[in-house]
Design a protein around this ligand. Structure first.
Ligand code: B16
Ligand code: MG
Length: 215
């Protein structure tokens, strides 16, 4: 029986994935590195450092350079985040969070992002959440299961009682490695390994989730 819903943040509840792309694109252009939306697919859901390594694609860099580049990209990203409001929640997200909370489900955010607290502050959804586990909480980020397992522990539920909602392969892999069921949102080629699929959260009610995910 599902007792907890573990939501990814970027690309599931809000479209910060576009802001991440624009931040990396600006850095890549400055460094003269090839980068486009297709290459950006590999960055979805993975940590900041892992994203930079994918972007560099083997180009040598010192630790100091890498830190400077990650900080620079994060500054660009924060320019977008600072302008966010609750209007940046994706359609259906707020309605579903409220409905789950009111029905007594445990609700968590599980994100690789170290900026999660700031993004949540901008979205103002704290009252509907039971816990938040982000990229600051564990050494290993997605696709490792650590963040999801920590969320289950904090919520006092078993992994088998959790449904993970994700938009990225790395997140689906992490949820599966944690022994949880996974719902992938977005184009099927992006989330093909998920147990269940939906295009997005628009119009998705608790009843729809229960029809999709058998007990
Ligand atoms: P930050 P999620 C992930 O968040 C993003 O999808 C990914 O693109 C980003 O690189 C990662 O967070 C780290 O973000 O640089 O803010 O720490 O999808 O797991 O909510
Ligand atoms: Mg995501």
């Amino acid at each position: 029986m599902i007792r907890a819903i573990l939501f990814d943040l970027d690309g599931v509840l809000t479209d910060t994935s576009e802001f991440h792309y624009l931040g990396w694109k600006r850095l890549a252009d400055e460094l003269g590195l090839p980068f486009d939306r297709q290459k950006n697919e590999a960055l979805r859901g993975v940590s900041r450092r892992e994203s930079l390594l994918i972007l560099l694609d083997g180009r040598p860099a010192t630790e100091q350079e890498m830190n400077e580049w990650m900080e620079r990209k994060n500054r660009y990203y924060m320019e977008y985040v600072s302008k966010m409001t609750p209007q940046n929640l994706l359609p259906g997200a707020l309605e579903l969070l409220k409905e789950l909370h009111q029905a007594g489900y445990k609700v968590a955010i599980v994100s690789s992002s170290k900026n999660t607290p700031l993004v949540l502050e901008r979205l103002q959804i704290g009252e509907w959440l039971d816990t938040v586990v982000d990229g600051n909480a564990a050494a290993r980020s997605k696709p490792a299961p650590d963040l999801f397992l920590l969320a289950a522990e904090r919520l006092g539920v078993e992994p088998a009682e959790c449904l993970v909602i994700e938009d990225a392969e790395a997140g689906i892999a992490a949820g599966k490695a944690a022994g949880m069921r996974t719902l992938g949102l977005g184009p099927i080629e992006r989330v093909s390994s998920a147990d269940y699929h939906l295009p997005d959260l628009n119009g998705v009610s608790l009843q729809r989730l229960r029809e999709l995910v058998p007990d």
